[in-house]
Design a binder for this molecule. Structure first.
Ligand SMILES: [Zn+2]
Length: 162
């Protein structure tokens, strides 16, 4: 699924990327806030993305202009994921192997030790066998602390979503 998230939902945007969804986060752009609402609705329509917003007025405007929009009420990101999943009528699975880069929305591809040599700390290079690299921003990921956070998050989410 393709989404576009408003400036308040950066955390949700990153988690949806980790769940493998293509999410544009308007907060990543340097656009002044007063121009963001209009840009969100335009881009949602143009790229057929579901708008995720915590602003009820914006949600209503988007629907009026023919965009698909989902109003997010919760403040906690796990509840926001559950809300998103229910509103769009599709289960969101957090599978680390299917992740997109949480920082920039790029795709991740498997990388070998040789690929990442010199780019990650020596200790990490020795301890890890599998690496992933973002094709867009080149950031490297591995089964470290980051992975544990994903797995913990996924289990909290799965308990609520069930
Ligand atoms: Zn990236």
């Amino acid at each position: 699924m393709k989404f576009i998230a408003d400036g308040m939902l950066g955390k949700l945007a990153r988690w949806l990327r980790l769940a493998g969804h293509d999410v544009v986060y308007i907060g990543d752009s340097k656009m002044p806030p007063e121009q963001q609402d209009d840009a969100l609705v335009k881009r949602a329509k143009l790229e057929r993305r579901i708008l995720l917003t915590s602003d009820l007025a914006l949600h209503r405007r988007a629907l009026k202009r023919g965009a698909r929009s989902t109003f997010i009420k919760s403040a906690d990101v796990v509840s926001q994921l559950v809300e998103t999943s229910r509103r769009v009528g599709q289960r969101i699975e957090i599978v680390p192997e299917n992740s997109r880069c949480p920082m920039c929305n790029g795709s991740l591809r498997a990388a070998s030790r040789q690929d990442v040599g010199g780019l990650v700390p020596e200790t990490v290079l020795k301890a890890q066998r599998e690496f992933w690299q973002c094709v867009k921003c080149k950031k490297i990921y591995w089964h470290g602390k980051h992975w544990k956070t994903i797995i913990e998050m996924a289990s909290r989410y799965n308990q609520i979503a069930r």
